[in-house]
Design a protein around this ligand. Sequence first.
Ligand code: GAR
Length: 192
Amino acid sequence: MNLAIFASGTGTNAARIIDYFRGTVNVKVCLIVCNKPGAGVLGVAEKEGVPTLLIEKEQFFRGEAYVDELKGKNIDLIVLAGFLWKIPEALVRAYPGRIVNIHPALLPKYGGKGMYGRHVHEAVIAAGEKESGITIHWVDEHYDHGEPIRQVKVIVEPGDTPETLAKKIHLLEYEHFPKVIEEVLTHLPNHR
Ligand code: GAR
């Protein structure tokens, strides 16, 4: 099974996923797709020797969304790990039931455009929520919308700041995301 990780941030989840599948014979992270030159995740890819594809906005949204490039690399599953652009319909159609996203909150709350990373944790704290968490879900053509695969909760303590909450959430992500990807892979139909 060939994984492509789409990420535009520091890439700490991407690093954990690469690490988790290192040495496995049948799962390979074979591509990192990124829209941001200089993003930390590109350094992760370089260190790990994973090829990268730097994508360009116009081509992603107006063209065929790099479908040919991905198909050419025999990608089985696309994993969004801190990727902030909406996935265009062409790509969703080309990979039905084969794109998963992680979101750092309990969807459907605190999702949608502009809700990413730190903004999510600020909003959760500002609203006085007692709990937050992570949502791993299938991707459709709407932001943060597809069917949930797994949610895991964390308590928001009275003294939490966006930074401390982000740390807790990241730890949850590192623990659960690679395992959920592994589970998803075992249930994927074996054709591309
Ligand atoms: C993760 O917390 C992920 O849940 C979030 O971006 C972070 C990426 O961190 N994704 C979103 O907010 C998507 N809406 P990383 O680059 O260190 O893996």
